[in-house]
Design a protein around this ligand. Sequence first.
Ligand code: NAD
Ligand code: TYD
Length: 364
Amino acid sequence: MRLLVTGGCGFIGSAVVRRVLRTTDWSVVNLDKLTYAAEPRALEETAADPRYRLVVGDVADAELLARLFAEYRPDAVLHLAAESHVDRSIDGPEAFLSTNVVGTFRLLEAALAHWRTLPEPERSRFRFHHVSTDEVFGALADEDPPFRETSAYDPRSPYAASKAAADHLVRAWWHTYGLPVLISNASNNYGPWQFPEKLIPLALTKALAGEPIPVYGRGEQVRDWLFVDDHAAALLAILGRGRVGRTYLVGARAERTNLELVRTLCAILDELVPNSPHRPHAQLIRFVADRPGHDRRYAIDPGRIEAELGWRPSRSLEEGLRATVAWYLAHHDWLVEMRARYDGRRLGLVRPAAAGAEPGGTER
Ligand code: NAD
Ligand code: TYD
């Protein structure tokens, strides 16, 4: 099996590539633009593997895609390349449209052209798996049931809107052209190698430096946390055994408010770094101005992937967070280096409320 992965140097993509090379005999071509969010060192263990190849390029580059498909002739595409950070999408949405929408469109076009040349049985076996997010479904109120595969699309941020647009394109290529697609929408991922602009590595970076840990609003928003390796396992189960044209929601039934989550991280740090001058780390938590349009709650009902594919998360949130904190402690130099890569605007600085921004309307 030849797998074309896009965005394989990112946080989730690198976990997927590592898992594929460890657990299968497939070969992998990884198309990645190496944006600020990429970390090729997360794939160091695979670099010497002759089954692995990195192609540096843009998923929106139609010529490159045509060459890549013609030369490599993949049996499946696992599409993860994206701009992925909500706060960045608020500050600069254009890159989100270029990569997430136009990039997905170009990849679909290239995959369709390739798929049409395939003889049977390769043609029936081909899969285009699009990796998406639960944010396309908008925000839940506290009393609402979790998202399901049938939930209506209602994206609220430029990031979520761009991912929703991509999901619609993928479904359209299935219904209109018959391209054998799969879509998965996952909840918030955490684990090793996540760029420290996302909540968990950001909070750890700040806590370890003894700096204020920024919690937006009053920390009451709820996210449903999924360990990145469990997500990678789910993606491979869907790719291998998912029903063509179907959507699968991936989540680990681990809802926490942001404040609860950050307090848990601080408590784990207190335990794992007993001689820290910053103990108790929770004293560093600061409420800062809220994200404009901040979605109140995301939560996933993973009933379909559990029942159809037998997927289950391998660990509880507490176990996963403990392993994650231990990993970041062991990779503190990496965290500091990544922080220097960051543009500084958001890293724990109290953000001014966006001029003229309306409250996002987090209920419906
Ligand atoms: P990430 O930001 O860590 O990595 C994105 C990767 O894509 C990077 O390696 C980057 O260089 C690459 N990339 C960006 N633009 C590109 C382009 N134009 N062409 C080629 N490569 C490009 O993202 P992530 O957190 O690993 O997320 C991966 C996918 O999973 C995304 O599609 C995201 O929407 C989705 N997702 C993420 C989460 C989460 O919690 N992180 C949850 C659900 C779904
Ligand atoms: P984030 O990691 O950006 O993921 P997403 O926006 O895709 O859910 O944020 C997770 C939650 O944490 C979200 O509700 C916003 C909040 N948050 C903070 O409170 N402080 C921060 O510094 C960041 C980056 C996020």
